[in-house]
Design a protein around this ligand. Structure first.
Ligand code: ADP
Ligand code: MG
Length: 223
């Protein structure tokens, strides 16, 4: 699914400062059906790596094949299409639209893809069912708990059946009960065959995944 070889990512230094090399010749392989956690201290490059995996940004150098497709040299437009086709994002802080109810939030990416209304509602309801939230479909985000909002965000990422579910700090803002529920849900999705990559600094979340990778000092290794 994810094959990264000799991937480096540098950011330009400000006002004549040298390049900041955040990732230095890293290698990362995630197979279809894997459940992987990416851990590392703050500032080590986890989000940078997630942006590369998620085709939100392109590496400075190296090879990245996503489902066999060499995306390292893709233009912004091409990367956008890959994201729409292959990747479900669960961002930190949920990023739900406040004025839309749960069902409408989940259906939103389908609207962007031109899926007709009836079909959108059907797929969104199926995704809400996967996360156990059908009964809350007509509630606004403000009427849902943090854990429920997180599950709506998860349903939204799942509604178009992406090959890869990519979660950035999915438990960052959750209490322990909600976190445990979310971990249970991730475990179920993994059992159903979804490929999951979770960025986290929570040791419980990392321990729950099947594989762990550590990002530190520009390197990535299997922990
Ligand atoms: P993490 O997610 O592990 O906390 P990041 O990937 O966000 O780390 O950042 C890694 C390093 O790269 C940090 O030093 C950060 O300041 C720097 N960085 C991240 N994004 C940019 C950017 N767009 N431009 C310049 N520097 C950046
Ligand atoms: Mg980060």
């Amino acid at each position: 699914m994810i094959h990264m070889e000799n991937i480096s990512k540098s950011y330009p230094g400000r006002r004549g400062e040298p390049l900041l090399r955040v990732l230095d010749n890293v290698e990362l392989h995630v197979a279809r059906g894997d459940y992987a956690a990416i851990v590392g201290p703050s500032g080590s490059g986890k989000s940078t790596l997630m942006h590369l995996i998620g085709c939100l940004d392109a590496p400075t150098s190296g090879h990245y094949r996503l489902e066999g497709q060499d995306v390292a040299g893709f233009t912004a437009g091409e990367l956008c299409r890959v994201r729409q086709e292959k990747i479900g994002f669960v961002f930190q802080g949920y990023q739900l639209l406040k004025k839309l109810n749960a069902l409408e939030n989940v259906a939103f990416p389908l609207l962007l893809r031109g899926v007709p209304l009836r079909r959108r509602e059907q797929l969104a309801m199926e995704a809400l069912e996967k996360v156990g939230l059908c009964a809350r479909a007509r509630h606004l985000p403000s009427q849902l708990s943090g854990g429920q909002q997180q599950r709506v965000a998860m349903a939204r990422a799942l509604c178009y059946s992406p090959s890869l579910l990519l979660c950035d700090e999915p438990t960052g803002a959750l209490d322990q009960t909600s976190r445990d529920e979310l971990l249970e849900l991730l475990g179920e999705l993994h059992e159903k065959g979804h490929t999951i990559v979770v960025i986290t600094h929570d040791p419980c979340v990392a321990a729950h995944a099947v594989k762990r990778y550590r990002v530190e000092g520009g390197r990535v290794w299997k922990a």
